[in-house]
Design a protein around this ligand. Sequence first.
Ligand SMILES: [Zn+2]
Length: 74
Amino acid sequence: MKPIPLFVCAAATLLASPVAAHPGHGDPGLGGWLHYLSEPEHFFVLAAVVMAGAAAATLLHARRRSAARRTHGR
Ligand SMILES: [Zn+2]
């Protein structure tokens, strides 16, 4: 069997993506923002981004603290 070229797969995905979308996107005002917090598929992505940011901030803080200890000899 001949493999399907990548651009054919990409084109099929792009054509099908509007069908997979759910309502609630682009609503004006507060409803549009609440959609991203109330839909699980958006909320988990948002939560992952926030957790990654918190982990990065904690790591950066620990590194700076460690570097400060080395510099000041404590
Ligand atoms: Zn959505």
